[in-house]
Design a protein around this ligand. Structure first.
Ligand code: SF4
Length: 294
């Protein structure tokens, strides 16, 4: 792996800011319907491009997370938040208004809810598919503490893609994802593949947090063995001063090496690059599965 000695932003990590009027329009729509996106809450570097398209990743179940992952800038809290019964409908009509062909739904982690928020995922999938029958829906879920019943509630609503991010290598879990468990996350993906025939399984990880390239490759093998079809790999960028520092800026060559390695071992889809995020250009996976089986 090419080590970057400096923590200054390398030249390949600059991003266009997008069209301000389109950003403004999208934010107005979201505020008017009390909707949240991970794009804003996690300070995603692709927000200018995605909101200008326009597309977004809707974050259901509020904007306060019951866990405290070191990499994530979503607000943390333990006070149970109201679950908005209008949220599924509001997401559906917004997706229709934006003309989306593929929708990604994620959530904060709701350890305070008995089903971890699975029912709200299911209601949202249903509302979106009822409103736009041709749309494909991808869910990017929390781990539901490994609860198979919660997973089944989500899968019974028939998302096209089940995505659960492994986030990092096992040796960094205590630092990056202290309330999660690497094996449990793998098992969730495995259960999804076995439970829902035909669902595309997907996961993602961030690099630049101090992992080695051997560790990344080992995670790719674990994901393959868990039945994962698609993997995203992107550069971790510190969203705020309160979050973990970047340990390394991964070179473009190394991103390519991960992509080639993943494909070589048998993963169907590997998206690897500095600005790749789980939901970045997410419709690509569905298009490739349906039309080319690449
Ligand atoms: S990559 Fe995903 S999270 Fe980031 S702005 Fe685009 S849709 Fe939102």
């Amino acid at each position: 792996m090419v080590k970057q000695q400096t923590k200054r932003l390398p030249s390949w990590l600059s991003r266009p800011i997008g069209q301000p009027s389109k950003l403004h329009d999208m934010k107005n729509i979201l505020r008017s319907r009390n909707l949240h996106t991970v794009c804003e809450s996690a300070r995603c570097p692709n927000i200018g491009e995605c909101f200008s398209k326009p597309t977004a990743t809707f974050m259901i179940l509020g904007d306060v997370c019951t866990r405290g992952c070191g990499f994530c800038s979503v607000d943390k809290g333990t006070i149970p938040l109201f679950v908005d019964p209008l949220e599924p409908h509001n997401i559906a009509i917004t997706a229709k208004e934006l003309g989306l062909r593929h929708l990604v739904i994620t959530s904060v982690t709701r350890d305070d809810l008995t089903d971890g928020g699975a029912a709200q995922f299911a209601l949202t999938i249903k509302a979106v598919k009822d409103t736009i029958p041709s749309i494909s829906v991808e869910v990017l879920t929390p781990d539901f503490k490994g609860d198979e019943r919660a997973l089944k509630i989500v899968l019974d609503a028939r998302p096209d893609i089940f995505n659960h991010n492994i986030e990092t290598v096992p040796s960094l879990y205590a630092k990056v994802r202290p309330q999660a468990d690497y094996k449990q996350s793998l098992q969730l993906i495995e259960m999804a593949k076995k439970t829902a025939g035909g669902v595309i399984t997907k996961s993602g990880l961030m690099v630049g947090l101090g992992e080695t390239s051997d560790e990344v490759k080992s995670v790719l093998k674990d994901l393959l063995n868990a039945g994962c079809d698609a993997v995203t790999i992107g550069q971790y960028l510190r969203p705020s001063i309160k979050n973990l520092e970047v340990q390394e800026y991964i070179s473009l060559e190394v991103f390519k090496e991960y992509e080639l390695y993943g494909k070589e071992i048998g993963l169907k889809h590997v998206y690897s690059g500095p600005f790749v995020r789980s939901s970045y250009n997410a419709e690509k996976t569905v298009i490739r599965e349906r039309y080319t089986c690449a």
